[in-house]
Design a binder for this molecule. Structure first.
Ligand code: MN
Length: 456
């Protein structure tokens, strides 16, 4: 039994929740418009998957798949409030992939002079970008020392029929693989998956230890082993059910200008490791879909990165601090802000949690910690707690010059100050202050009135 494809996922969504797909039947220009469409839909609080035909291209474009947390919850087969708990379970129950000789992804293969990535509707997203970018590319590579596979996202700037600029600025596992390969004077062989079932994309967003193969996580989400085909020109395996795969190598000793590009921070940035990816084969299904992730600070981009991050950080904090109740990375904070809540914690635990969080996630530069009477997913409630429970001289800690992600526009020399706000109640505050709040029975009656008088 073959694994489900992106097309299978879309067909399922169309039959269960057709309002969640916007199918555009007229042709859309290749550049800028799709990005504007997704961002405008978001401002209008609408989050459909977008499927469009692009003028001048055979391949249909699919984007905005991850813009809605409820849809991500459906892919993970859990309620929205349970995403972190479900993710922890997924990481604890990996399912190893299996090798197959070939699969749909190799139905059409382009090599040598036939190989031209311009067949793909690679878009320019913002006028401030250096050019056209693949944003949904998952780089698959093997650790040059241990052979363990890694999946991770990297922006890829189109530079020629067989050439991309690529940035490894997140400085995580792939960066370490390439550093070690390059030190031995070797190129790093990679396969780039462009389009697959959303389970594969979510797995690629996971940040487990360097010894973990993210394909095992994809298997766990799917509930079955992922079938992998061997690369034709590289020693790297990829999903038989993928839409498009680019095989090739990141070149040792070669750097070329890459960027600027509209990043998740909401800024156009040239900060890049400026690597070069040379393509040696393009493999695809007979009628492939071209998948893209809406860049910039779009929900599609931020939520894809957020789910695994929230779950992993919650898990690690809880291992050390059992009082941790919930965690949230609000979209407004573009993964630089984190809200945490605590249950019945003794004095000092809030500050302990804040410093541990800064150590665990180098993206976080502002963290607010509240008591569990505050829902961390409700930003207004979090800031109400800050407004009413915080004294700046006592409850704010600032740690200067901590390591950070260079894509934080305010970072200098790779560091930034980290700010922790302890908005938990002191014992004296709890004793003295009374919150004014509706009674349960009145609230349920109010809800009945709303249902009767406001429902269309
Ligand atoms: Mn990894």
């Amino acid at each position: 039994m073959a694994n489900p494809s992106l097309a299978d996922y879309l067909a399922g969504l169309k039959s269960k929740a057709p309002q969640q797909i916007m199918e555009i039947n007229s042709e859309v220009p290749r550049d800028y418009v799709i990005t504007a469409l997704a961002l405008e839909l978001e401002r209008q609080k609408q989050y459909p998957v977008i499927k469009a035909s692009i003028a001048g291209y055979e391949l249909p474009l699919v984007t905005n798949v991850f813009s809605d947390l409820r849809r991500i919850a459906d892919i993970l087969a859990c309620p929205e409030a349970e995403i972190s708990r479900r993710w922890a379970e997924i990481e604890k129950t990996p399912i190893k992939p299996v090798k197959v000789a070939t699969g749909p992804v190799q139905e059409t293969v382009y090599r040598n002079e036939e190989l031209d990535v311009n067949r793909l509707p690679i878009m320019q997203h913002f006028a401030t970008d250096a050019g056209r970018y693949i944003t949904a590319g998952i780089v698959v590579a093997k650790d040059p020392d241990t052979g363990v596979r890694n999946l991770s996202y990297h922006r890829m700037q189109l530079k020629g029929p067989r050439k991309f600029g690529i940035s490894l600025h997140s400085r995580q596992h792939l960066y370490s693989y390439f550093e070690r390969a390059e030190r031995k004077g070797r190129d790093l062989e990679i396969a780039v998956i462009v389009g697959a079932h959303p389970a594969v994309l979510l797995a690629a967003s996971a940040k487990p230890g360097i010894e973990v193969d993210e394909y095992d996580i994809a298997g766990s989400i799917l509930g079955e082993p992922l079938e992998l085909v061997p690369g034709l020109t590289v020693d790297v395996e990829y999903p038989a059910s993928a839409e498009i795969v680019l095989e090739g190598r990141i070149l040792a000793g070669v750097r070329e200008a890459e960027g600027p590009f509209g990043e998740f921070s909401g800024y156009s940035t040239s900060r890049s490791t400026e690597n070069v990816f040379e393509v040696t084969a393009m493999c695809c299904r007979r009628n492939p879909l071209y998948l893209s992730i809406v860049p910039g600070s779009a929900a599609d981009h931020l939520y894809l990165a957020r789910v695994a991050r929230e779950a992993a950080i919650l898990q690690r904090l809880k291992e050390k601090i059992p009082y941790i109740h919930a965690i949230s990375y609000p979209k407004s904070g573009v993964n630089f802000h984190c809200y945490l809540s605590l249950s019945q914690a003794p004095e000092g635990v809030a500050r302990h949690a804040l410093t541990l969080l800064f150590g665990l996630d180098h993206y976080v530069k502002l963290a607010v910690i509240v008591d569990d009477d505050i829902d961390v997913n409700d930003e207004e409630a979090v800031w109400w707690a800050v407004a009413t429970r915080v004294r700046g001289d006592r409850d704010i800690i600032i740690i200067p010059r901590l390591f950070t992600i260079p894509l934080d526009p305010s970072s200098e020399g790779g560091t930034v100050a980290k700010v922790g706000i302890d908005a938990t109640m002191t014992a004296a505050f709890k004793k003295e202050m009374v919150i004014c709040k509706e009674r349960e029975q009145d609230l349920s009656l109010a809800k009945e009135i709303i249902d009767k008088n406001l429902k269309s």
